[in-house]
Ligand binder design. Structure first.
Ligand code: ADP
Length: 469
């Protein structure tokens, strides 16, 4: 379990945090590149505007014979107003700086790539390091030839300030990204924990259910999906506990059911063995043994049907059939027993009903089951009424009503559930109605039970009639 929680956390870390980290890294990288190009372009524009200004002053002076070009050059350098940001240089024909606005002549080895480029005829622009290691941006423009030995004018600006500004902005963005990442991490960890811990608790509880202990329940903390899962699992535990109880009750009631006829068979067979020449006893005993054996085999059939239904191996042998014929047979089978129990069975058989498409043996089995219940749950003097009718043009309906003990309102919704017995005073396995309901449903019909405790019960079975019937 601990391994699994680590897995969820790890997966979350890799998927979410990893993804956010990559996105933020890309944002920082792209932001830095954009910022750098913005600052460098602005600096270049600034330098080239300065350069244009100087070059137009010098060009005018060169074209004006009344002024001295060389003194104009000196005056421009001396009066260079942008000393704070850049340095103006005049390069002589040997390619060395001759005049500078700062007064310092730079190192001869200093890289004057821009000047070299200007000499080659391309844009006299350069960004890079000089011998001192300082990064500069420089621009050179060649002066008209045949002047006082000056070759070019050059503006140089240090990139130190711009680079540190870019660095500060980048660090600020990185700090914001780290804060976002940390916030996402902690809020995500809290969220993952709020899922992992309850899931671990659910797993531990489910394991106890698997071991057969249904007494524990999961405490629901929030009304979210996990809370809903807790409710579902608690409900499942209740259902499992119920079905476990039902199973135990089923086993005990089936054992009881089997024991009664077996005791009768054993008793009568011993009696017959003891007095084989007493014809009356033998014939009575054989009748009882026959009836009890029939009851046992019915029960075993019912159990087998039930087991086939559970395995999905329950099949129907459908054909066009007359419901009235099967209902008539079922009533006949029970007429004798009802009379013996002092119960009146009223059946007004209609002349005819449309045919249905179904398995006649199974449908007879349903009728037998329902009539058996009606008699079983009625007391002496009770009346069981059976009716067959057409509620509409497309269906046939069979109603079996009795004025027996009835079913309480709280038991009524559960009586069609397998193993459910609402009344333990009568014999029965609790699966008769479940089997009957399944058979009716497999015929596209419905089986409804209406009942009131102490008043009686009506079972309504409706089948669709066969098309063209
Ligand atoms: P059982 O074998 O116990 O009769 P069933 O599945 O046939 O099982 O019926 C389930 C429960 O429904 C019964 O235990 C009984 O409590 C109730 N029941 C069914 N039919 C009737 C009825 N006609 N009158 C009263 N209770 C009934």
């Amino acid at each position: 379990m601990a391994d699994k929680s680590r897995n969820i956390t790890q997966r979350w870390m890799i998927n979410n945090i990893g993804m956010i980290f990559l996105v933020l890294a890309a944002v920082v990288l792209a932001g830095t590149i954009l910022l750098r190009s913005f600052y460098y372009n602005s600096a270049k524009q600034y330098l080239s505007s300065k350069m244009n200004m100087v070059s137009s002053i010098l060009q005018n002076s060169y074209n004006d014979p009344s002024t001295s070009f060389s003194s104009e050059v000196r005056s421009v350098v001396e009066n260079w107003s942008d000393r704070d940001h850049s340095e103006l240089m005049i390069i002589n024909s040997q390619g060395n700086a001759e005049l500078t606005s700062s007064g310092f002549i730079p190192n001869v080895e200093d890289n004057m790539e821009d000047y070299r480029k200007a000499l080659e005829g391309s844009s006299g622009y350069y960004t890079g390091k000089i011998s001192s290691g300082e990064k500069i941006m420089a621009m050179s423009i060649l002066l008209p030839e045949n002047n006082a030995g000056y070759s070019a004018v050059r503006v140089v600006s240090s990139m130190k300030r711009i680079d540190s500004r870019i660095m500060i902005s980048t660090l600020a963005v990185i700090a914001i990204c780290i804060a976002i990442l940390a916030m996402t991490f902690f809020s995500g960890m809290y969220f993952v924990k709020s899922i992992v811990l309850p899931v671990r608790q659910i797993g531990a509880t489910a394991r106890r259910y698997a071991e057969g202990d249904f007494s524990v329940r999961i405490k629901k903390k929030n009304n979210d999906e996990i809370g809903e899962l807790c409710d579902i699992i608690n409900h499942m535990a209740e259902e499992l506990a119920n079905s476990e109880n039902m199973k135990n009750e089923f086993i005990s009631s089936v054992s009881h059911e089997l024991r009664t006829p077996l005791t009768a068979i054993k008793g009568w067979s011993e009696t017959i063995a003891g007095m084989p020449e007493d014809a009356d006893t033998v014939s009575k005993g054989m009748r009882v043994i026959g009836a009890e054996t029939e009851r046992l085999s019915q029960m075993v059939e019912e159990l087998l049907d039930f087991s086939r239904m559970q395995n999905g191996r329950f099949s129907l042998n459908k054909a066009t059939m007359d419901v009235l014929a099967e209902l008539g047979d079922a009533v006949l089978i029970y007429a004798e027993r009802a009379k013996r129990d002092g119960i009146t069975v009223n059946y007004d058989e209609p002349d005819m009903l449309p045919f249905i498409y179904g398995d006649r043996n199974r449908i007879r089995q349903v009728f037998i089951n329902i009539i058996d219940n009606a008699i079983k749950y009625s007391d002496k003097g009770g009346i069981v009424s059976i009716q067959a009718l057409m509620p509409d043009a497309l269906h046939v309906e069979i109603d079996v009503s009795d004025n027996g003990c009835g079913i309480s309102q709280q038991d009524l919704p559960k009586i069609k559930t397998k193993f459910y017995k609402a009344n333990y005073t009568r014999r029965g396995s609790g699966i008769g109605l479940a089997v009957a309901d399944e058979i009716v449903t497999m015929h596209g019909g419905t089986l409804d039970v209406l009942s009131e405790q102490g008043v009686g019960t009506i079972v309504k079975i409706i089948f669709p009639i066969q098309k063209n019937s």
